[in-house]
Design a protein. Structure first.
Length: 193
């Protein structure tokens, strides 16, 4: 498996925001989102045992498998090995590829609104839906997805004026539609990894 990095920090967004977690970032993605804020292409080959060994050295129970797109490499056997090490396995995915059935938590963050049909999610279940908020039309498109938790996150345009506007419009929408919750990237606010 090609791993970009493994690091210990706090989950910065969504349901587990603020929770200590070990992040396993796989290299590579099947999409090329113009707003992607993650450098994930480089990496080194690691065995499942090496990954579990690196993760086991961290005190947190929560392991977040991310990328890039983790569904391109994640296996049932790696999830089983992480479970055997006492870990709870969460995956952050664009949803365009199936995931192993033994994953504990799925965060679905679809990208098809920007990239079209090739980025359309195929997953039929998720624990949380995290949408980058751009417009009310985008949100309506996903209201039929069966999930337990729904989050809207303002898009980080790397421009303070645009970001302020994005935050205000996201907050206004959440206040008008309380089935959604606001998700901020607290790792950016706190300037932590």
């Amino acid at each position: 498996m090609k791993v970009n990095e493994i690091f210990y920090s706090l989950q910065g967004e969504g349901f587990y925001s603020g929770t200590p977690a070990v992040f396993v970032r796989f290299s590579g993605c099947n999409l090329r989102c113009p707003f992607c804020d993650t450098q994930h292409e480089s990496g080194r080959e690691m065995t499942e045992e090496e990954i579990v060994g690196a993760v086991a050295g961290c005190p947190a129970r929560l392991v977040v498998i991310t990328g890039g797109e983790p569904a391109l490499q994640l296996t049932t056997s790696l999830v089983d090995k992480l479970h055997s090490a006492g870990k709870y396995v969460a995956v952050e995915t664009n949803g365009t590829r199936p995931l192993p059935e033994n994953v504990d938590w799925i965060t679905l963050s679809p990208k098809d609104i920007w990239l079209g049909e090739k980025a359309r999610p195929v997953l039929t279940r998720a624990d949380e839906l995290k949408l980058l908020f751009e417009s009310e039309d985008r949100v309506r498109e996903y209201e039929g997805i069966k999930v337990s938790h729904r989050f809207l996150q303002p898009i980080d345009a790397d421009d303070p004026i645009v970001n302020d506007s994005n935050k205000k419009s996201t907050i206004a929408y959440v206040k008008q539609h309380p089935q959604w919750r606001l998700s901020l990237q607290i790792h950016k606010v706190l300037d932590i990894r």
